[in-house]
Design a protein around this ligand. Sequence first.
Ligand code: COA
Ligand code: AMP
Length: 641
Amino acid sequence: MSRYREVYASAKRDPETFWAEAARDIGWYKVWDRVFDPYMGEYGRWFPGAECNTAYNCLDRHVEKGRGQQKALIYDSPVTRTTKAFTYAELTHEVATFAGALKDLGIGKGDRVIVYMPMVPEAVIAMLACARIGAIHSVVFGGFAASELATRIDDSKPVAIVSASCGVEPGRVVAYKPLLDKAIELSRHKPAHCMILQRPMLEAPLVPGRDHDWDEVVRDAKSRGRKAGCVAVAATDPLYILYTSGTTGQPKGVVRDNGGHMVALKWSMKNHYGVEPGEAFWAASDVGWVVGHSYIVYAPLLHGATTVLYEGKPVGTPDAGAFWRVIAEHRVAAMFTAPTAFRAIKKEDPRGELIRNYDLRAFRTLFLAGERADPETVKWAEEKLGVPVIDHWWQTETGWAICGNPVGLGMLPVKHGSPTVPMPGYDLHVLDEKGQPLPPGQNGTLALKLPLPPSCLPTLWNSSERFRKSYLSEFPGYYTTSDAGYRDEDGYIFVMARTDDVINVAGHRLSTGQIEEVVARHKDVAECAVIGVQDETKGQLPAGFVVVNAGVERDPKDIEAEVISLVRETIGPVAAFKNVMVVKRLPKTRSGKILRGTMRQLADGEPWKMPATIDDPAILDEIAQALRQRGAIRGAPPVPA
Ligand code: COA
Ligand code: AMP
């Protein structure tokens, strides 16, 4: 029997007692004045008055309690053929030393530090070092290009940037340093310091006065025995800012606090993921995404588990058995990744033959998130691995699962296609356009009744107004998730699609509006539309439709290629923007709105209706024709319904 219903009900009945109880698993320098203050901030704040330190709870506390010799972090990098483990004592030493080095540069409480790093242990060390001294880190995913980094520099105004000379992608070394230099050139705000980790595959020239060599700085700090202690910060102080796609080119700076974040994440490790301290937990994501923040770095370490940092891919490093090797070698009890990774594996090894080469007896549960876990992928993984496969739904904004299947409380029956039920603290409603609750089975916007539970964003960095507008204004009293879905008769939630122009490409969140802004900058482009079309492996891929300026006689193929490189150079390779077609016109309503929804239905081969408000129906035929020429229509040719 699962304890879920009873636990969920107790959190709903008396949230303050519930979260105060959970907070006993965290070490505090000073306890809170109130568990929750509804009058603080945008919708209230958790644990005001309390003082704490996240790095202390992730590291020193475990050493003090006798876990010093247990592995804290295992770095497994097939792309560099390296495996290296850090015990809790060793990781504490490295973090305290690097924190000392940051302090020596004058960095302290409240200062921002951008971390633009590949998947190396130093990325984790840098994040925890910031937490240790009360600095606010902002990790920028390595697959983003210079101008995306520049936008984040200008918004967060970091005193320092921690980066590396290069990243290693299968078959190619990605030079990070030129991207960093370019970003600083583009940004109005200039960081005083850059700390550069020189990797042997490609070293980078350093800028005198601004750049510091990580190894030299750390060697020097160690020779002086320099270490920084844990600084007490307010539970409500920001731990980090993580930028995520909004509807425009300006990303949203999601703020995470220290206290509530620790409490929710620690609770989730045992109760949701069913993992015990001392066990190995592996989130195959990237520290640049929220999954990496929460479940590579903070939650497993808060819990005293061993976390795995994997610099590789599910396929090609070297084969589709890579995940099974990591699980077997490090005795992983539970793993977390995006469904797209499993679709990639399934494509290469449909019969799951490589699984048999590994001893997976320690492996108990697979968790999937980042995009909808399609039933076919879930069934395949269940059958081949013989363990429960748990879909769970969350967002950068929340930092932990909104809906899931709480393994630690006793698993509920799995329904394919559903991330199961709301986690304690989330009061989830399905609303119609007017904000009225919808009955089971009916699709609507998934909205969370305020207040949000601990760990969820209190606001956006430098932008409380945008926070209110983006999340709180559509349905007064609720936070809108911008996801649509329904609840079934058993209370299971089904998350079906976004209600905005955010798309999900290989588990990465991208805004089509943002891509459109970049495409529109091309000198020959008069107007454009970008939509997300279904893709077998990546879930969705962006596709662009471009109308060129009158009088432009160039070969459309050249324009298409230039537009593709413009997006790659501006947003980065992560946009996976490789499909662009020059068309004569875009389909619009009579009031001039581009019919992106209908274009997407066409591209996905879904049945579609001629919109009553369409300006010129012939344009849809032209779009269908362009898609057909590219072989870009899924399934059967669409038939107007
Ligand atoms: N630094 C630089 N470039 C990067 C990068 C990084 N950290 N991460 C990805 N890229 C590049 C890739 O090399 C690729 O470039 P290409 O166009 O030259 O091939 C591009 O960005 C797209 O990357 P990605 O989306 O990762 O596609 P992929 O084809 O390399 O791999 C998957 C596809 C499905 C195997 C991979 O996305 C994956 O493992 N995803 C699941 C896990 C995950 O990351 N989830 C995120 C949230 S949980
Ligand atoms: P991100 O902020 O990058 O984690 O992306 C969050 C978005 O990804 C959500 O708003 C959903 O649209 C989508 N998403 C994440 N997990 C799931 C899931 N389990 N099922 C359906 N959609 C998901």
